[in-house]
Unconditional design. Sequence first.
Length: 362
Amino acid sequence: MAALRVMIAGGGTGGHVMPALAIGRELRDKHGVEVRFIGTARGIEQRLVPEAGFLLELVRSGQLKNVSLMTRMRTMFDLPLGVLRCMSLIREFKPQVVLGVGGYASGPAMIAAVLKRVPTLAYEPNAVPGLTNKWLGKRVSAAAVNFAQTAQYFRNAEVTGVPVRPEIFEIPARVHSETPRLLVTAGSNGALVFNETIPKIVKSLLDAVPGLTIVHQSGVRRLEQTRTEFAASGADAARWSVEGFLTDMPAQYAAADVVLARSGSTVAEICAAGRASLLVPFAAAADDHQRKNAEVLVAAGAAEMLLQSDVTPESLYVALVSLLTDEPRRTEMAARAKSLARPGALERIAAMVLQLAEKKKG
Protein backbone atom coordinates (compact mmCIF):
# COMPACT_ATOMS: atom_id res chain seq x y z
CA MET A 1 0.00 0.00 0.00
CA ALA A 2 3.04 2.28 0.14
CA ALA A 3 2.28 3.59 -3.35
CA LEU A 4 -1.18 4.81 -2.38
CA ARG A 5 -1.73 8.54 -1.92
CA VAL A 6 -4.77 10.09 -0.22
CA MET A 7 -5.68 13.74 0.14
CA ILE A 8 -7.84 14.75 3.14
CA ALA A 9 -9.58 18.10 2.84
CA GLY A 10 -11.45 20.19 5.39
CA GLY A 11 -11.19 21.53 8.90
CA GLY A 12 -11.93 24.68 10.80
CA THR A 13 -13.13 23.20 14.08
CA GLY A 14 -12.23 20.21 16.21
CA GLY A 15 -15.34 18.40 14.99
CA HIS A 16 -13.80 18.32 11.52
CA VAL A 17 -10.09 18.17 12.30
CA MET A 18 -9.95 15.47 14.98
CA PRO A 19 -11.74 12.77 12.91
CA ALA A 20 -9.64 13.78 9.89
CA LEU A 21 -6.43 13.29 11.86
CA ALA A 22 -7.64 9.96 13.21
CA ILE A 23 -8.36 8.74 9.67
CA GLY A 24 -5.03 10.11 8.43
CA ARG A 25 -3.11 8.29 11.17
CA GLU A 26 -4.99 5.05 10.49
CA LEU A 27 -4.12 5.21 6.79
CA ARG A 28 -0.51 6.23 7.34
CA ASP A 29 0.43 4.08 10.33
CA LYS A 30 -1.46 0.87 9.55
CA HIS A 31 -1.58 0.87 5.75
CA GLY A 32 1.51 2.84 4.69
CA VAL A 33 -0.53 5.42 2.76
CA GLU A 34 1.02 8.78 1.93
CA VAL A 35 -1.44 11.36 3.27
CA ARG A 36 -1.58 15.07 2.51
CA PHE A 37 -4.03 17.53 4.05
CA ILE A 38 -5.75 20.56 2.55
CA GLY A 39 -7.00 23.24 4.92
CA THR A 40 -7.20 26.98 5.45
CA ALA A 41 -5.20 29.42 7.54
CA ARG A 42 -8.35 30.16 9.57
CA GLY A 43 -8.87 26.71 11.11
CA ILE A 44 -7.16 24.82 13.92
CA GLU A 45 -5.78 22.41 11.31
CA GLN A 46 -3.01 24.96 10.70
CA ARG A 47 -1.57 23.96 14.08
CA LEU A 48 -2.80 20.41 14.65
CA VAL A 49 -2.03 18.86 11.26
CA PRO A 50 1.71 19.71 11.20
CA GLU A 51 1.96 18.68 14.87
CA ALA A 52 0.63 15.25 13.82
CA GLY A 53 3.41 14.95 11.24
CA PHE A 54 1.38 15.61 8.08
CA LEU A 55 2.00 18.08 5.27
CA LEU A 56 -0.73 20.74 5.13
CA GLU A 57 -1.51 22.70 1.97
CA LEU A 58 -3.50 25.91 2.45
CA VAL A 59 -6.26 27.20 0.19
CA ARG A 60 -8.53 30.22 0.36
CA SER A 61 -12.09 29.50 1.38
CA GLY A 62 -14.70 30.67 3.85
CA GLN A 63 -18.26 30.51 5.09
CA LEU A 64 -21.47 30.90 3.14
CA LYS A 65 -24.07 30.18 5.83
CA ASN A 66 -25.01 32.39 8.80
CA VAL A 67 -22.59 35.15 7.82
CA SER A 68 -22.82 38.71 6.51
CA LEU A 69 -23.36 39.55 2.85
CA MET A 70 -19.78 40.84 2.65
CA THR A 71 -18.42 37.51 3.94
CA ARG A 72 -20.56 35.55 1.49
CA MET A 73 -19.34 37.70 -1.40
CA ARG A 74 -15.72 37.20 -0.33
CA THR A 75 -16.27 33.45 -0.12
CA MET A 76 -17.88 33.34 -3.57
CA PHE A 77 -14.87 35.23 -4.93
CA ASP A 78 -12.42 32.88 -3.19
CA LEU A 79 -14.22 29.65 -4.16
CA PRO A 80 -13.10 29.41 -7.82
CA LEU A 81 -9.57 30.38 -6.78
CA GLY A 82 -9.67 27.62 -4.17
CA VAL A 83 -10.89 25.09 -6.73
CA LEU A 84 -8.10 26.03 -9.15
CA ARG A 85 -5.55 25.76 -6.34
CA CYS A 86 -6.87 22.32 -5.40
CA MET A 87 -6.80 21.15 -9.02
CA SER A 88 -3.14 22.17 -9.12
CA LEU A 89 -2.45 20.27 -5.89
CA ILE A 90 -4.19 17.18 -7.25
CA ARG A 91 -2.11 17.33 -10.45
CA GLU A 92 1.04 17.56 -8.33
CA PHE A 93 0.22 14.94 -5.65
CA LYS A 94 -1.79 12.56 -7.86
CA PRO A 95 -3.97 11.09 -5.08
CA GLN A 96 -5.97 7.93 -5.70
CA VAL A 97 -8.69 9.27 -3.37
CA VAL A 98 -9.77 12.65 -2.01
CA LEU A 99 -11.58 12.50 1.34
CA GLY A 100 -13.72 15.48 2.35
CA VAL A 101 -14.40 15.86 6.07
CA GLY A 102 -16.38 19.11 5.95
CA GLY A 103 -15.29 22.63 6.80
CA TYR A 104 -13.96 25.49 4.75
CA ALA A 105 -11.44 23.65 2.55
CA SER A 106 -13.59 20.62 1.86
CA GLY A 107 -15.72 22.31 -0.82
CA PRO A 108 -12.96 23.47 -3.17
CA ALA A 109 -11.06 20.19 -2.84
CA MET A 110 -14.06 17.96 -3.45
CA ILE A 111 -15.21 20.06 -6.41
CA ALA A 112 -11.71 19.88 -7.88
CA ALA A 113 -11.58 16.10 -7.36
CA VAL A 114 -14.94 15.59 -9.06
CA LEU A 115 -13.81 17.74 -12.00
CA LYS A 116 -10.53 15.80 -12.21
CA ARG A 117 -12.41 12.47 -11.96
CA VAL A 118 -10.53 11.43 -8.84
CA PRO A 119 -12.52 9.06 -6.57
CA THR A 120 -14.05 10.92 -3.64
CA LEU A 121 -15.27 9.89 -0.21
CA ALA A 122 -17.45 12.25 1.81
CA TYR A 123 -17.38 11.94 5.60
CA GLU A 124 -20.58 13.28 7.20
CA PRO A 125 -21.01 12.99 10.99
CA ASN A 126 -24.23 15.01 11.22
CA ALA A 127 -27.83 13.93 10.74
CA VAL A 128 -28.21 16.49 7.93
CA PRO A 129 -25.21 17.24 5.66
CA GLY A 130 -23.51 20.58 5.53
CA LEU A 131 -23.63 22.79 2.46
CA THR A 132 -20.68 21.18 0.65
CA ASN A 133 -21.94 17.64 1.10
CA LYS A 134 -25.46 18.64 0.06
CA TRP A 135 -24.08 20.10 -3.16
CA LEU A 136 -21.82 17.16 -3.94
CA GLY A 137 -23.61 14.26 -2.27
CA LYS A 138 -24.85 12.65 -5.47
CA ARG A 139 -21.56 13.26 -7.27
CA VAL A 140 -19.09 11.76 -4.80
CA SER A 141 -17.97 8.17 -5.24
CA ALA A 142 -19.04 7.08 -1.75
CA ALA A 143 -19.91 8.44 1.67
CA ALA A 144 -19.32 7.46 5.29
CA VAL A 145 -22.18 8.69 7.49
CA ASN A 146 -23.07 8.54 11.17
CA PHE A 147 -26.86 8.33 10.97
CA ALA A 148 -28.91 5.99 8.81
CA GLN A 149 -31.23 8.79 7.67
CA THR A 150 -28.24 10.73 6.28
CA ALA A 151 -27.53 8.08 3.63
CA GLN A 152 -30.31 9.44 1.38
CA TYR A 153 -28.20 12.49 0.53
CA PHE A 154 -25.34 10.49 -1.02
CA ARG A 155 -24.35 7.86 -3.54
CA ASN A 156 -22.99 4.61 -2.12
CA ALA A 157 -23.37 5.68 1.50
CA GLU A 158 -22.42 3.40 4.37
CA VAL A 159 -23.36 3.98 8.01
CA THR A 160 -19.94 3.74 9.62
CA GLY A 161 -20.34 5.99 12.65
CA VAL A 162 -17.82 8.56 13.85
CA PRO A 163 -14.19 7.77 14.72
CA VAL A 164 -14.06 7.70 18.52
CA ARG A 165 -11.09 6.70 20.65
CA PRO A 166 -11.29 2.97 21.43
CA GLU A 167 -10.86 3.54 25.16
CA ILE A 168 -14.16 5.45 25.25
CA PHE A 169 -16.00 2.38 23.94
CA GLU A 170 -14.37 0.36 26.73
CA ILE A 171 -15.85 2.49 29.54
CA PRO A 172 -18.02 0.25 31.74
CA ALA A 173 -21.63 1.03 32.61
CA ARG A 174 -21.94 3.45 35.51
CA VAL A 175 -22.93 1.64 38.70
CA HIS A 176 -24.80 3.15 41.64
CA SER A 177 -22.77 5.89 43.30
CA GLU A 178 -23.38 7.96 46.43
CA THR A 179 -21.49 10.78 44.69
CA PRO A 180 -23.07 11.37 41.26
CA ARG A 181 -21.05 13.41 38.78
CA LEU A 182 -22.22 16.05 36.29
CA LEU A 183 -19.85 16.66 33.37
CA VAL A 184 -20.33 19.94 31.50
CA THR A 185 -18.46 20.02 28.20
CA ALA A 186 -18.72 21.95 24.93
CA GLY A 187 -15.76 21.67 22.61
CA SER A 188 -12.42 23.41 22.87
CA ASN A 189 -13.89 26.88 23.44
CA GLY A 190 -16.61 25.91 25.89
CA ALA A 191 -20.15 27.25 25.56
CA LEU A 192 -21.14 30.74 26.67
CA VAL A 193 -24.63 29.57 27.64
CA PHE A 194 -23.14 27.02 30.06
CA ASN A 195 -20.52 29.42 31.40
CA GLU A 196 -23.15 32.06 32.13
CA THR A 197 -25.90 29.80 33.48
CA ILE A 198 -24.24 27.04 35.52
CA PRO A 199 -22.60 29.45 38.05
CA LYS A 200 -26.05 30.86 38.79
CA ILE A 201 -27.42 27.43 39.76
CA VAL A 202 -24.36 25.51 40.97
CA LYS A 203 -25.10 26.01 44.67
CA SER A 204 -28.74 25.03 44.22
CA LEU A 205 -27.72 21.93 42.25
CA LEU A 206 -25.29 20.82 44.93
CA ASP A 207 -27.92 21.42 47.62
CA ALA A 208 -30.57 19.48 45.69
CA VAL A 209 -28.47 16.42 44.81
CA PRO A 210 -26.66 14.85 47.78
CA GLY A 211 -23.04 14.01 47.07
CA LEU A 212 -23.08 15.65 43.61
CA THR A 213 -19.80 16.80 42.11
CA ILE A 214 -19.45 18.91 38.96
CA VAL A 215 -16.66 19.14 36.38
CA HIS A 216 -17.20 22.13 34.09
CA GLN A 217 -15.14 22.76 30.95
CA SER A 218 -15.25 26.49 30.23
CA GLY A 219 -12.80 27.03 27.40
CA VAL A 220 -9.46 28.70 28.08
CA ARG A 221 -10.64 32.23 27.32
CA ARG A 222 -13.44 32.08 29.89
CA LEU A 223 -11.61 30.05 32.51
CA GLU A 224 -10.80 32.69 35.10
CA GLN A 225 -14.14 34.48 34.80
CA THR A 226 -16.09 31.23 35.13
CA ARG A 227 -14.03 30.08 38.10
CA THR A 228 -14.60 33.43 39.78
CA GLU A 229 -18.36 33.18 39.25
CA PHE A 230 -18.43 29.61 40.61
CA ALA A 231 -16.55 30.76 43.69
CA ALA A 232 -18.84 33.76 44.17
CA SER A 233 -21.88 31.47 44.16
CA GLY A 234 -21.02 30.16 47.61
CA ALA A 235 -21.03 26.55 46.38
CA ASP A 236 -18.74 24.14 48.24
CA ALA A 237 -15.42 24.44 46.37
CA ALA A 238 -14.57 20.82 47.16
CA ARG A 239 -17.51 19.66 45.01
CA TRP A 240 -16.84 21.54 41.78
CA SER A 241 -13.99 21.99 39.34
CA VAL A 242 -13.71 24.39 36.39
CA GLU A 243 -11.13 23.59 33.70
CA GLY A 244 -10.29 25.45 30.52
CA PHE A 245 -9.80 22.29 28.49
CA LEU A 246 -10.24 18.61 29.39
CA THR A 247 -7.58 16.32 27.94
CA ASP A 248 -8.59 13.11 29.72
CA MET A 249 -12.02 12.63 28.21
CA PRO A 250 -12.18 8.83 28.65
CA ALA A 251 -11.66 9.32 32.39
CA GLN A 252 -14.17 12.15 32.49
CA TYR A 253 -16.88 10.11 30.76
CA ALA A 254 -16.13 7.12 32.99
CA ALA A 255 -16.75 9.22 36.12
CA ALA A 256 -19.87 10.98 34.81
CA ASP A 257 -23.48 10.07 35.50
CA VAL A 258 -24.94 12.87 33.37
CA VAL A 259 -23.30 14.87 30.57
CA LEU A 260 -24.44 18.40 29.72
CA ALA A 261 -23.16 19.15 26.23
CA ARG A 262 -23.68 20.60 22.79
CA SER A 263 -24.73 18.14 20.11
CA GLY A 264 -22.06 18.23 17.45
CA SER A 265 -19.51 15.44 17.23
CA THR A 266 -19.71 15.06 21.03
CA VAL A 267 -22.86 12.95 20.64
CA ALA A 268 -20.77 10.11 19.18
CA GLU A 269 -18.54 10.10 22.26
CA ILE A 270 -21.55 10.19 24.61
CA CYS A 271 -23.02 7.16 22.84
CA ALA A 272 -19.69 5.32 22.82
CA ALA A 273 -19.33 5.93 26.55
CA GLY A 274 -22.96 4.99 27.20
CA ARG A 275 -23.93 8.01 29.29
CA ALA A 276 -27.17 9.85 29.92
CA SER A 277 -27.10 13.40 28.58
CA LEU A 278 -28.89 16.71 28.37
CA LEU A 279 -28.10 18.26 24.99
CA VAL A 280 -28.31 21.99 24.23
CA PRO A 281 -27.76 22.39 20.47
CA PHE A 282 -25.70 25.37 19.30
CA ALA A 283 -28.38 27.63 17.87
CA ALA A 284 -26.14 29.16 15.19
CA ALA A 285 -24.85 25.85 13.81
CA ALA A 286 -25.06 25.67 10.01
CA ASP A 287 -28.34 24.15 8.80
CA ASP A 288 -29.32 23.73 12.47
CA HIS A 289 -27.48 20.40 12.31
CA GLN A 290 -26.87 20.21 16.05
CA ARG A 291 -30.59 20.25 16.81
CA LYS A 292 -31.15 17.51 14.23
CA ASN A 293 -28.36 15.43 15.78
CA ALA A 294 -29.94 15.81 19.21
CA GLU A 295 -33.36 14.88 17.86
CA VAL A 296 -32.03 11.51 16.71
CA LEU A 297 -30.88 10.68 20.25
CA VAL A 298 -34.07 12.05 21.82
CA ALA A 299 -36.22 9.93 19.50
CA ALA A 300 -34.26 6.85 20.59
CA GLY A 301 -34.70 7.67 24.27
CA ALA A 302 -30.94 8.16 24.54
CA ALA A 303 -30.86 11.83 25.58
CA GLU A 304 -32.93 14.85 26.47
CA MET A 305 -32.77 18.17 24.63
CA LEU A 306 -33.21 21.75 25.80
CA LEU A 307 -33.16 24.35 23.06
CA GLN A 308 -30.83 27.26 23.73
CA SER A 309 -33.72 29.70 23.35
CA ASP A 310 -35.41 27.92 26.26
CA VAL A 311 -32.39 27.91 28.56
CA THR A 312 -32.86 29.88 31.77
CA PRO A 313 -31.36 29.20 35.18
CA GLU A 314 -34.70 27.74 36.21
CA SER A 315 -35.22 25.49 33.17
CA LEU A 316 -31.65 24.17 33.27
CA TYR A 317 -31.86 23.53 37.01
CA VAL A 318 -35.12 21.57 36.69
CA ALA A 319 -33.83 19.47 33.76
CA LEU A 320 -30.55 18.60 35.48
CA VAL A 321 -32.02 17.81 38.89
CA SER A 322 -34.64 15.61 37.23
CA LEU A 323 -31.91 13.51 35.58
CA LEU A 324 -29.46 13.51 38.45
CA THR A 325 -32.04 12.27 40.97
CA ASP A 326 -33.62 9.56 38.80
CA GLU A 327 -31.14 6.68 38.61
CA PRO A 328 -33.42 4.19 36.78
CA ARG A 329 -34.11 6.78 34.09
CA ARG A 330 -30.40 7.57 33.72
CA THR A 331 -29.56 3.89 33.45
CA GLU A 332 -32.13 3.32 30.71
CA MET A 333 -31.01 6.42 28.83
CA ALA A 334 -27.36 5.35 29.05
CA ALA A 335 -28.17 1.88 27.70
CA ARG A 336 -30.08 3.37 24.77
CA ALA A 337 -27.19 5.72 24.03
CA LYS A 338 -24.78 2.78 24.06
CA SER A 339 -27.00 0.94 21.58
CA LEU A 340 -26.48 3.79 19.09
CA ALA A 341 -22.67 3.59 19.30
CA ARG A 342 -20.79 2.24 16.30
CA PRO A 343 -17.41 0.75 17.24
CA GLY A 344 -14.95 0.17 14.42
CA ALA A 345 -15.89 3.34 12.54
CA LEU A 346 -12.28 4.36 12.00
CA GLU A 347 -11.30 1.01 10.54
CA ARG A 348 -14.36 0.93 8.29
CA ILE A 349 -13.79 4.43 6.92
CA ALA A 350 -10.14 3.58 6.21
CA ALA A 351 -11.28 0.42 4.43
CA MET A 352 -13.64 2.46 2.24
CA VAL A 353 -10.76 4.76 1.27
CA LEU A 354 -8.56 1.80 0.38
CA GLN A 355 -11.34 0.17 -1.67
CA LEU A 356 -11.79 3.36 -3.71
CA ALA A 357 -8.02 3.58 -4.18
CA GLU A 358 -7.82 0.01 -5.42
CA LYS A 359 -10.62 0.69 -7.93
CA LYS A 360 -8.72 3.75 -9.14
CA LYS A 361 -5.52 1.73 -9.60
CA GLY A 362 -7.46 -1.01 -11.35
